[in-house]
Design a protein around this ligand. Structure first.
Ligand code: GRF
Length: 193
């Protein structure tokens, strides 16, 4: 990874759906002090609502089907290379990136997960947290490896789960802190390189 030297890091954000984290990352990237510039948005889903945020900010977006894996990864790597991307942020991206792709990209890939990892990896985190009567939940930003939700943790933040919370209210609370910690985690990572 090249050193910052006042230059912003070309970043790609991968999404599959709503894109509230993308929206907050775009807002953050527009700050003068932000170390990143979002050059590309990649979606595996043509109907991802989040694509609208890229459009509104004139950020190039590409929808790539992950049906034919080998061709997809080749295309993807070419796109990332030709846009000089040095950081990938997964934000609600519902595909698991292959070991080979991660190795070939050879630059940091971050992901945000709506739980206090290593607890509650995978899907339906809020449902499981409520079911287990957990007192705390939260969000975690971590580096991506081929193992789901298991790479080195960069930052996590805890919130209290109230006895009145349900899946929806908890999701809302956690999303709020996701939007706060993703930019902070990016700074923590980039300034430690
Ligand atoms: C977030 O809860 C994120 O942690 C998880 O998927 C959700 C995506 O939400 N990986 P959004 O598309 O960013 O609104």
């Amino acid at each position: 990874m090249e050193k910052l030297n006042g230059k912003k890091i070309n970043t790609a954000v991968f999404i599959s759906g709503r894109g509230s984290n993308l929206k907050s990352l775009i807002k953050y990237s527009k700050k003068k002090s932000s170390p990143i510039i979002i050059r590309l948005v990649i979606s595996n889903n043509l109907n991802a609502k989040g694509l609208i945020h890229a459009k509104k900010s004139n950020i190039k977006s590409y929808v790539i089907s992950f049906k034919h894996k080998n061709i997809t990864y080749k295309k993807l790597l070419n796109k990332l290379l030709s846009n000089d991307i040095n950081l990938i942020c997964l934000a609600g991206f519902m595909k698991i990136l292959s070991k080979n792709f991660i190795k070939k990209f050879d630059k940091p890939i971050l992901n945000i997960h709506p739980s206090l990892l290593p607890k509650y990896k995978g899907l339906n985190t809020h449902k499981r947290v409520i079911k287990n009567n957990e007192k705390y939940s939260g969000a975690t930003v971590h580096l991506v490896t081929e193992k789901l939700d298991s790479g080195r943790i960069i930052l996590k933040k805890k919130i209290r789960v109230s006895k009145y919370d349900n899946e929806k209210t908890l999701e809302k609370k956690v999303l709020k802190i996701e939007h706060l910690i993703y930019p902070k985690a990016i700074e923590k990572l980039l300034f430690s390189l």
